[in-house]
Write a protein that binds this ligand. Structure first.
Ligand SMILES: Cc1cc2nc3c(=O)[nH]c(=O)nc-3n(C[C@H](O)[C@H](O)[C@H](O)COP(=O)(O)OP(=O)(O)OC[C@H]3O[C@@H](n4cnc5c(N)ncnc54)[C@H](O)[C@@H]3O)c2cc1C
Length: 459
């Protein structure tokens, strides 16, 4: 099949970008993907990277939440934001007594009478109170979407919880029932000899030994260099008989079909003259921006970091950081011995203005906040990082706002009416890398199938 890949930047990969500095893997964008979604690992294997896949170091997986400037570990038994273990929930310092009582009473929560979408914050607050939104839902979701629980759609982001509420009323009862079913299915599979009892349990995250950039490089190596146009933004798409005219670099070229894998706001601009309503719907999908700040320290500069992968910062703490990962702990073998990599995540929907700050101001803010949060003994303010790196990701993360499902369906309907067009990317059906890959492949398969049907009809 003949194809051309137009990319406005001078490199492939979009948000995926990493570099190796003094043998340490430094990720500018995503650092891994969810292991339970197979599309990314499958593609890695297909492009010859199977041996490079490494699991997260889940033996030390522990995440903290900052509460009144103290790091409090997430209690054991938390599933999808839902506390399912009595004793850890009763003992945790994460919640006040009032919230703990509310969590116990949640077992009596009736099913919601309405089918209408609502925000994640509304769903969680109705069940567990405002403190659970502030200390749990908001920081966990801003770590994933750079978003705001008060804006994100519960039906899209937490569909399992919405289903559980309609069946059980109580999310805790729903989660316990789901857990029970899963265990029964696993023990049945084991007794039928189909279980995975002998294989290692899957870890939460998977990454590539040499950084996520390996993925981009391996795919690029399999593409025909003559088919790639880097630094070539598409400026317009035009529907013509039997296909599409793609305008780029002052020329217009004819193609039978087009997959638009740009952010939705960019796709909207390109489709303005073809379908103004579709363009408007695409343009109305909100996006958030984010910043990552990587700091590499020599161990001699630091005291003992808390155990675990890192911490999340609720908005109520009024910090510029949303989260910090202890990178050298999360994935083993990607940081040389004697070094520590701390990666802070900033920005999000509530802090877009931060993007205009200089690199040195951002690094200074992160160093000050880390020192205040971890303590002067662990990270003295004067501890000089050996290397710092700031990356800005403008309007890179789609936000699945309340009503996203209806918007998605309406977009899909309008796209179906435009033969030879498909959309892919994080704006539609999953924000993570595996979902973006799944959608891209699906788009390609559908177009190939449609092309084959058309050529059979002609012959
Ligand atoms: C800081 C950060 C951390 C993340 N962490 C994780 C993580 O750990 N795990 C995970 O699974 N996901 C993570 N994500 C999310 C995930 O990386 C993204 O959702 C995903 O990579 C987006 O892929 P995409 O193809 O939709 O968009 P992009 O990667 O944004 O690619 C879109 C491409 O379209 C190009 N383009 C735009 N307009 C045009 C035009 N007119 N003509 C030609 N080209 C154009 C852009 O230059 C860009 O290369 C993270 C995202 C960010 C920003």
């Amino acid at each position: 099949m003949e194809y051309t890949l137009f990319e406005s930047r001078d490199r492939l990969g979009g948000s995926i970008s990493s570099e190796i500095v003094n043998s340490a893997v430094i990720e500018r964008g995503p650092d891994s993907f969810l292991s339970e979604k197979p599309a990314a690992a499958e593609l890695c294997r297909e492009v010859g990277l199977g041996a490079e896949l490494i699991p997260s170091n889940d033996a030390v997986r522990k995440t903290y939440i900052l509460v009144h400037n103290r790091l409090v570990a997430l209690p054991d038994g938390l599933m999808f934001l839902i506390p399912t273990k009595l004793i850890p929930t009763a003992l945790t310092r994460l919640f006040s007594l009032t919230t703990k009582v509310r969590m116990a009473l949640e077992l009596l929560h009736p099913p919601r009478p309405s089918e209408e979408d609502e925000s994640v914050a509304a769903l969680v607050e109705r069940h567990f109170g405002a403190e659970a939104v502030d200390r749990l839902a908001d920081p966990l979701l801003s770590g994933i979407y750079g978003g705001d629980a008060a804006q994100l759609s519960a039906r899209t982001v937490l569909p399992k919880l919405v289903e559980m509420e309609s069946e059980y009323g109580s999310l805790t009862l729903g989660m316990l029932a789901a857990h029970r079913k899963m265990r029964q299915a696993m023990s049945k599979a084991r007794s039928n000899g189909k279980g995975q009892s002998s294989s290692k349990p899957r870890t939460i995250f998977t990454t590539l030994r040499g950084g996520m950039q390996q993925f981009v490089d391996a795919i690029e190596a399999r593409l025909d260099p003559k088919s790639m146009r880097l630094g070539t933004p598409v400026s317009k798409l035009e529907k013509v008989d039997e296909g599409w005219m793609v305008h780029a670099d002052g020329q217009a070229e004819f193609y039978d079909a087009v997959i638009l894998a740009t952010p939705a706001w960019a796709a909207g601009v390109l489709l303005e003259r073809t379908d103004a309503k579709l363009a408007e719907e695409l343009g109305s999908i909100p996006y958030s921006s984010s910043i990552t700040v990587n700091l590499v320290f020599d161990d001699s500069q630091l005291g003992r970091l808390p155990d675990g992968f890192g911490f999340l910062v609720p908005a109520s703490e009024r910090r510029c950081m949303l989260a910090c990962t202890f990178v050298h702990r999360k994935f083993l073998g990607r940081t040389p011995p004697g070094k520590a990599v701390l990666r802070a995540f900033l920005g999000g929907t509530k802090n877009e203005a931060m993007l205009t700050e200089s690199d040195s101001a951002l690094v200074a803010s992160v160093r000050r906040e880390l020192s205040e949060i971890l303590g002067e003994k662990v990270l003295p303010l004067e501890a000089e990082p050996e290397y710092t790196q700031v990356s800005r990701w403008r309007r890179a993360m789609a936000q699945y706002a309340v009503g996203h499902q209806e918007r998605k369906q309406s977009i899909a309907k309008r796209v179906t009416a435009l033969p030879g067009l498909r959309l892919a990317g994080n704006a539609y059906d999953g924000i993570g890398i595996p979902d973006c890959i799944r959608l891209g492949r699906q788009a390609a398969k559908e177009l190939v199938a449609a092309g084959e049907t058309a050529s059979q009809q002609v012959s």
